[in-house]
Design a binder for this molecule. Structure first.
Ligand code: ZN
Length: 69
């Protein structure tokens, strides 16, 4: 099985291509399944394709309507 050349760097920085680090990457829609979100991504520079897997880490900007009247 092929392995991306810059996988460790990609997992730390999360940008560019995981193989050639070019920024000519494009991606499909984000698909959520529970706490995981996946996205198919491809690089137009080297032709690599992969699926990013994101996991819910936290939330922010929580608000709730005040219903006590
Ligand atoms: Zn690439």
């Amino acid at each position: 099985m092929d392995k991306p050349k810059r996988l460790e760097m990609y997992l730390e920085q999360g940008d560019g291509c995981c193989n050639c680090h070019d920024y000519s990457i494009d991606g499909g829609p984000f698909e959520q399944e529970g706490v995981f979100v996946t996205q198919n991504v491809w690089c137009m520079a080297c032709g690599a394709e992969w699926t990013n897997v994101f996991k819910l880490e936290s939330i922010r900007d929580f608000k709730i309507e005040d219903r006590e009247k």
